[in-house]
Design a binder for this molecule. Sequence first.
Ligand code: SAM
Ligand code: DTB
Ligand code: SF4
Length: 335
Amino acid sequence: MVTERDVPAQQDLRHDWRLDEVLALFDRPLNDLLFEAQSVHRRHHPGNEVQVSTLLSIKTGGCPEDCRYCPQSIHYETGVEAHGLLPAGQVAAAARKARAAGSTRFCMGAAWRSPTSSQVRRVCELVEAVKDLEMETCATLGMLTPAQAQALARAGLDYYNHNLDTSREHYREIITTRTYQDRLDTLANVRAADIKVCCGGIVGMGESRRDRAGLLVELANLPEHPESVPINHLVQVEGTPLDGTPRLPPLELVRCIAVARLLMPRSVVRLSAGRTELSEETQALCFLAGAGSIFCGDQLLTTPNPSFDTDMEMLDGLGLERQAMPRRSTEGLRP
Ligand code: SAM
Ligand code: DTB
Ligand code: SF4
């Protein structure tokens, strides 16, 4: 059981990780790595609990960015059906359905490079509608200015998702239309507005282990660790440049989650996109490595996810409980 004494003060968390140290963690025998990751996990989080979030694409396709993994970029022919911002009634109905199925957080994604002020105002209304259902809210809308982040905070947004995606070195192979620094600036704006940060990346994009370690170093060395760290396993989509990339060995994903767990002990590590490609056994190892959250619902933003029933069967089989709403004791522990 987690007690106050087990939870180190923010200043005790490390923000000075070196790449060679992190690569050495990746190199550890798998048993040692998993044992240590699970031990750290249990010091800060319940051992048999998983937080469940549900995604909705509130604005789909037509995005001017060129992220080479993404089916929503205008640069690639992927057959994604584009639509504008959904009305509040439709979003609230989807959130209600997710809540009824046991999800505690509703994450709204929009295929924008950066929203306009009026678009942010409309998203604020969506946030308020979901908050009225007493669900936690998360949004991912692209780059934000300080004023936009503050407006979302005032509307009651709990989390903002904005990923670094990969290492600084590999980044230029993946996106050319916005810089790493642009992403760091948005993260700082979100933090300054006192919204919890959800920030992670994607593995399986043809990067090296050094790049995976480099991404985790960037995340762990942010001024504060993100409260939520999504580790996405690339969903390969026909028409995107990364379709056909050699698949990451499943145990490398497991190692990545374990290392994230060790570097950011209080953060909730999310086994995010790409679970349809993973066996139940691999997912079980990801939970052992310290994953504490998943997306449930038949669809992620535009790509498939395991069905709700399949996931509930998996969680039941593993003896994992869904976290009740809300968990204030172990997540979102801003000092
Ligand atoms: N347009 C906004 C942005 O990029 O900041 C928000 C939506 S975007 C789809 C959110 C995140 O989804 C991306 O940063 C990326 O990490 C993840 N993502 C997108 N396509 C993916 C894919 N094919 N496989 C895995 N993750 C993906
Ligand atoms: C995150 O890191 N993963 C989610 C969420 N944040 C927005 C998105 C995954 C998207 C997968 C591709 C798709 O469904 O379009
Ligand atoms: Fe646009 Fe976001 Fe997709 Fe990049 S990841 S193309 S910014 S929707």
